[in-house]
Each structure stands twice: as structure tokens, then as C-alpha cells.
Design a protein around this ligand. Structure first.
Ligand code: ADP
Ligand code: AMP
Length: 214
């Protein structure tokens, strides 16, 4: 199964991704996670990406596309993959299509998680992420058993630098201008599966898994 998760920042892409990849046994490829890992390790890519991420802007296409191209060529992607946060521009979408065509493959579905702005702000601002394993929580909607500590690995939970209100507002604006056109792009290809992201985590997953089976 080759899947893409589309949706504004804070919509719940990463949250759904972690359940979908377990169910379908495919790798979870999050370009945001790849950049955060590079920032943590102090690589050149991380330094470049951070300049854009801190401002709520997209990292330039040429930096992102080559990473994804290499990643989907790895052996564990033979049976499929889930892309989370990529593509984010029509030009990235076209580059992905070209790469998949080159290896005679295509996408099975593009899951579009639709959520209104008020909810996005609440979700992004209450988001907490584990410093060690990357698991995502929410202070109100999906809290850890013990405040500030990851349920699975006991790692420390932190608030993402780009989850401050002004940066989230900027990221939503960038999403509307640069990423939303991908909904039309994939609708024309007959790949879009629209899901109402205002529902609970379980209800959304239920809807996604029913549609993927059907
Ligand atoms: P994205 O990857 O789209 O930016 P996340 O999956 O990190 O979004 O979710 C953003 C925040 O909202 C997290 O704190 C997560 O726990 C919470 N969240 C995700 N889905 C839901 C939901 N359906 N209902 C309530 N909170 C949610
Ligand atoms: P995310 O974790 O998906 O919310 O991404 C965090 C940030 O990483 C975004 O706000 C962008 O700055 C950057 N980023 C992640 N994926 C991409 C992408 N496909 N294209 C450009 N920038 C990206």
C-alpha cells in the first residue's frame, strides 16, 4: 500500500500515521521528523531546514525531494510506504509522480484530513512530543499517564519550537497557499479520500481503514 497523508499542520496526520503503519506494516516517512532528526544531530541539512521551519515556512523543494526519492528507494519501502507531510507543493507532487512512474509504481490513496482553523490552533498548541521516541501527545485531548513523561519510553515531552501561536498561524497560511492546491491535483487523479478530522482519533482511523479496505 502506497499512501500519502495530506492536511494542515496539527490536523492529526502523524497521529493517524502511527496507527496506519502498524495496521499495514509499512514504513512511516515523515519529512518533518527527518528534518527534526537532522536538527538534533546538527547536520548541514538540519541547519538549513531550521531557518525555514522556525519561521513557519516550507523548506525549499530541492532539499526535500531528493530526501524522499532516496528514502522510497530503500528496501523496506518495497511493500509500500506512508508519506506524512510530503508532498507539500504541487511541484513536490509532480516530482513524486515522476519518481514513481520511473519505477513503474503509483499511489493507492491520498488521505486528506480536513480540520477547521480553530481546532488546528488548539491541537498544535497543546501538542507535546517525546524527545527520545517522537511519540505525540496532547495536554488535553491525548495526555500521557504522567505529565511531561512519555508512556512508552519514559522520555521527556517537549513543545515544538514551531507550535507557538504566531508560527502555527503562519504555517496554516502557507498550507492554504502552497499545499491546499494538492487536493485538486489528487482529486483529478481520482486518489483523494476525504476524512473529517474534527472527529476523535479512533473514529478517524475507523473511517480511513474502512475506506482502504473497500
Ligand atoms: P500533524 O501531524 O497533522 O501536524 P499531529 O498528529 O501531531 O498533527 O496532531 C496534532 C495534535 O493534535 C497532537 O497533540 C495530537 O495528540 C492531537 N490530535 C490528533 N488527532 C486528534 C483528534 N482526532 N482529536 C483530538 N486531538 C487530536
Ligand atoms: P511537520 O512535522 O510535517 O509539521 O513539518 C514541520 C516543518 O518541516 C514544516 O513547517 C516545514 O518547515 C518543514 N517541512 C516538512 N515537510 C516538508 C515538505 N514536504 N516541504 C517543505 N517543508 C517541509
Amino acid at each position: 500500500m502506497r499512501l500519502v497523508l495530506l492536511g494542515p499542520p496539527g490536523a492529526g496526520k502523524g497521529t493517524q500515521a502511527s496507527v496506519i503503519v502498524r495496521e499495514y506494516n509499512i514504513p512511516h516517512i515523515s519529512t518533518g521528523d527527518i528534518f527534526r532528526d537532522n536538527i538534533k544531530r546538527g547536520t548541514e541539512l538540519g541547519k538549513k531546514a531550521k531557518e525555514y521551519m522556525d519561521k513557519g515556512l516550507l523548506v525549499p523543494d530541492d532539499l526535500v525531494v531528493s530526501i524522499v526519492r532516496d528514502r522510497i528507494a530503500e528496501a523496506d519501502c518495497k511493500g509500500g510506504f506512508l508519506l506524512d507531510g510530503f508532498p507539500r507543493t504541487v511541484s513536490q507532487g509532480e516530482a513524486l509522480d515522476e519518481e514513481l512512474e520511473r519505477i513503474s509504481l503509483g499511489l493507492d490513496k491520498v488521505i486528506n484530513i480536513d480540520v477547521e482553523k480553530e481546532i488546528l490552533l488548539q491541537r498544535a498548541m497543546g501538542r507535546r512530543v517525546c524527545r527520545d521516541c517522537g511519540a505525540t501527545y496532547h495536554v488535553e485531548f491525548s495526555p500521557p499517564k504522567e505529565e511531561g513523561i512519555c508512556d512508552t519510553c519514559n522520555g521527556e515531552l517537549f513543545q515544538r519550537e514551531d507550535d507557538k501561536v504566531e508560527t502555527v498561524e503562519q504555517r496554516i497560511k502557507v498550507y492554504n497557499e502552497q499545499t491546499e492546491p494538492l487536493i485538486d491535483y489528487y482529486t483529478r487523479k481520482g486518489l483523494i479520500l476525504n476524512v473529517d478530522g474534527s472527529k476523535s482519533i479512533d473514529e478517524i482511523f475507523e473511517k480511513i481503514s474502512q475506506s482502504l479496505q473497500g
